[in-house]
Design a protein around this ligand. Structure first.
Ligand code: BGN
Length: 252
């Protein structure tokens, strides 16, 4: 990470970045975007990610800040809750209108896959090398997704009830449908991603995810942004990202 930081302070004349914030110098960006990354113990991937993503976002002339939301303690990983927290904490920093929810291990291959928010929610990582650049199933919403602030609030964010791997993105897909929103996608040429693969132990699957998915639509109005509970341990503005470390309490 230190090497990556050095490289950015040189190549951009030290003008950008504190907390991973940037805005174009020669034009006014239409909206402010918050890029939210759920995180725990994946520093190698994070340094590769920020190394690649900043230049892409700069070339797209976006005004943005990168938030890394780190789950402290030994509670099971809750990707969805970390996204919800990122949404809330980002709004304490600035009036973001656009939110991109991003896994740390996905690198966009095509600069023209826009990191902005279209008029309906967007699944951006449609062609990932790990899945041989095809959609593994039609309703998949994993990897990278974009929402306007208004739409994310409308679906009450993600469910907070998925602990461990799997299902939370499928649940979000159901929320979008239940509110009559339509999921959009870039073409398979634009939405290409490389997954940074490392030898980490993967998270244990949430064994109850199938049952939880069955009552998605009944839960959505009381399980999400409006029932989110967490405590912030620290907020640190690193050069290339804002790190928000939080404690969660496992509850079902
Ligand atoms: C699916 C997972 C998603 C994940 C994709 C891609 C579930 C729920 C039971 C059907 N869904 O199987 O969360 O994004 O794989 O890895 O496990």
């Amino acid at each position: 990470m230190e090497d990556v930081e050095k490289q950015f302070s040189n190549s951009f004349g030290g003008t950008i970045f504190k907390g991973g914030y940037w805005k174009p110098g020669n034009c006014q960006a239409r909206v402010k975007m918050a890029l939210i990354i759920p995180f725990r113990d994946r520093y190698e991937q994070l340094s590769i990610f920020v190394h690649h993503i900043h230049p892409v976002l700069n070339r797209q002339n976006l005004e943005y800040r990168i938030f890394v939301i780190e789950e402290a303690g030994d509670t099971r990983f809750n990707r969805a809750m970390l996204f919800n927290i990122g949404f809330k904490e980002a709004l304490k920093f600035d009036h973001f209108e656009c939110f991109i929810f991003h896994d740390v291990d996905l690198i966009p291959e095509n600069d023209r896959n826009e990191y902005s928010c279209p008029s309906s929610p967007r699944h951006m990582s449609v062609a990932v090398d790990k899945f041989n650049y095809i959609l593994p199933y039609t309703n998949i919403f994993g990897g990278v997704g974009a929402f306007t602030r208004q739409h994310f609030e409308l679906v009450n964010g993600f469910s907070n009830k998925f602990w461990g791997w799997g299902g939370e993105d499928d649940d979000l897909f159901k929320r979008i449908n239940a509110k009559g929103l339509k999921l959009t996608r870039p073409s398979m040429q634009l939405g290409r991603y490389t997954m940074i693969r490392m030898f980490h132990k993967s998270a244990q699957p949430d064994e109850q995810r199938f049952e939880k998915l069955r009552d998605s639509s009944q839960r959505m109005n009381h399980d999400g942004l409006n029932s989110l509970k967490y405590t912030v341990e620290s907020i640190t503005e690193h050069l290339l990202y804002t790190l928000v470390t939080v404690n969660l309490e496992e509850a079902f």
